[in-house]
Design a protein around this ligand. Structure first.
Ligand code: ATP
Ligand code: MG
Length: 188
């Protein structure tokens, strides 16, 4: 059983993955940590305070690692790098709530704006659907407890119509994020 837990940074992947690991007696595999430990990155992006990963290397190494064990929960923000999975859960969170939580992490403004914009546009969800058509289960975690999230995953109670952009408040929020991102681009 390979369960992938994906979603934008801050949506709750780690806490949900670890709870699933406990309940189902699976192993926890943190893809970003694996990338750092095995040095599967090209360089460190100072402005965004994150690594730019070497996708080919990650795919190859991951294939090898998964041959050793396939009773596993994989936490990843990059679902398309995972060679196989039984279910790909994409956790979704209201972008305004997510923005405030990422602000509390003290992240740089550009990194927050890019990630929240990706959540609004459903970038990771789209990537997951392209790579794992029919195996993707999205869950809006904004107002529910960890226990409720776990139960939804186990019962395959997925949310099929998450569309943040239908909310006019989020549309204008997106414009603000766009302005933040373009002001950084203009400074380069
Ligand atoms: N449904 C929830 N209810 C209450 N607290 C939550 C919920 N989901 C996440 N949290 C809390 O939000 C914070 C972020 O969660 P977590 O670290 O699991 O996110 P993540 O998606 O793994 O982030 P990253 O991509 O940076 O690894 C944690 O402090 C976690 O305990
Ligand atoms: Mg995490």
């Amino acid at each position: 059983m390979i369960i992938v837990i994906s979603g934008t940074p801050g949506v709750g992947k780690t806490i949900v993955s670890k709870e699933l690991v406990k309940r189902l007696n699976l192993k926890y595999f943190h893809l970003s940590q694996f990338v750092i430990d095995e040095k599967l990155y090209i360089e460190y992006d100072e402005e965004r305070q994150s690594y730019i990963i070497d996708e080919d290397k990650v795919k190859d190494k991951l294939e090898i690692a998964l041959k050793e064990s396939d009773n596993i929960v994989i936490e990843s923000i990059y679902p398309s790098l995972i060679p196989k999975a039984d279910i790909v859960v994409v956790l979704r969170k209201n972008p305004i709530v997510l923005y405030n939580e990422l602000k509390n992490r003290g992240w740089p403004e550009l990194k927050i704006a890019e990630n929240v914009e990706a959540e609004i546009l459903g970038v990771i969800s789209q990537e997951a659907k392209e790579a794992f058509n029919g195996k993707v289960c999205e869950i809006d975690v904004t107002k529910i407890s960890i226990d409720q999230i776990i139960n939804k995953i186990l019962n395959k109670e997925c949310d099929y119509f998450i569309d943040w952009l239908s909310d006019t408040e989020i549309q204008s929020f997106l414009e603000n994020l766009d302005n933040i991102i373009s002001s950084h681009e203009n400074n380069i």
